[in-house]
Design a protein around this ligand. Structure first.
Ligand SMILES: C[S@@+](CC[C@H](N)C(=O)[O-])C[C@H]1O[C@@H](n2cnc3c(N)ncnc32)[C@H](O)[C@@H]1O
Length: 272
């Protein structure tokens, strides 16, 4: 029987993404937000994942203009970073996705102190798009110290012929657009003194801010590695539909219950 998108909405489906994704219709998902298992940094009870099959399925189910945010880091094995993240990024590009941006999620702390190099505090957030992104709601929460002043010189843009077009002076707004390095608490810091049942959750703010940036209300957000259900919680706060896929049955149950019980409301962001 052919599946329709409604069959998957607002559920965590328990199974291997390489198989489950095959049932999701082409060009049906507005946004994919995920953090895959990377380089066996943490053991997810022995599950491995078939990256290339899943990547091709993600490309197929994404709508034209849809965006995929792939949050990933690399393990260090025998003294060398694996660079799997880059290999994955190049593979996404080779199957037709644009690398729209390479962003950084900078953590407010580090998990493993390093003795021979600087402490590792970030993961990549590769932003891929299928064609030109159809939605971009930039978060403007970077306080401008020169608020109210007008720019000094003429604001210019370079034209294709090398000349400049003049855009006139601007008055500096209270908030400017965020840069592409996002710094904030880890899931552990967000839930200080609470037990987190999944070993590798990303923080709720990171899911929320990505969803705000790349989707509108009622859009469909897919997380093919649902883990503890953070993407689903953020979707519930923001009025988006989610589709979660998770291979480990205890995490399927954990994420389903977490999303059901999730009541927190997103804080007001200065989105101007
Ligand atoms: C990094 S965690 C995701 C955490 C999630 N972002 C959160 O905030 O809770 C990756 C998850 O992918 C799951 N996983 C591994 N292989 C999978 C596969 N082939 N299909 C679906 N899920 C898989 C693991 O069990 C693990 O829970």
């Amino acid at each position: 029987m052919k599946c329709v998108l409604d069959d998957f909405l607002d559920k965590v489906i328990c199974g291997d993404s390489a198989e489950v994704l095959k049932n999701i219709p082409d060009n049906s998902v507005d946004f994919i937000l995920t953090s895959p298992p990377y380089d066996n940094l943490r053991s997810y009870k022995g599950f491995v994942f078939d990256f290339e099959t899943i990547a091709k399925e993600l490309q197929r189910v994404l709508k034209n203009g849809g965006v995929l945010v792939w949050i990933v880091g690399d393990a260090t094995i025998n003294g060398s970073e694996t660079l799997s993240s880059f290999r994955q990024a190049l593979f996404f590009q080779s199957i037709g996705l644009n690398c729209h941006d390479t962003m950084i999620y900078q953590k407010n702390n580090f998990s493993n102190p390093s003795q021979t190099r600087y402490h590792q505090i970030f993961e990549y957030m590769f932003v891929f798009s299928k064609g030109k992104p159809k939605t971009f709601n930039p978060i403007k929460d970077r306080k401008n110290i020169y608020v109210g002043y007008s720019t000094l010189g003429e604001n210019t843009t370079r034209k294709a012929d090398g000349g400049f077009s003049k855009n006139g002076k601007r008055t500096i707004q209270e908030y400017g657009m965020r840069y592409n390095i996002w710094k904030g608490n880890t899931a552990g810091q967000e839930n200080m003194c609470k037990h987190i049942a999944h070993p590798a959750q990303f923080p709720l703010w990171l899911a929320r801010d990505n969803i705000i940036s790349w989707t509108n209300e009622n859009d469909v957000v897919l997380d093919p590695f649902m883990g503890g259900g953070t993407t689903g919680c953020a979707c519930k706060e923001l009025g988006r539909h989610f589709i979660g896929i998770e291979i480990e049955p205890t995490y399927c149950q954990l994420s389903t219950e977490r999303i059901q019980n999730h009541k927190c409301c997103a804080p007001e962001l200065p989105l101007k």
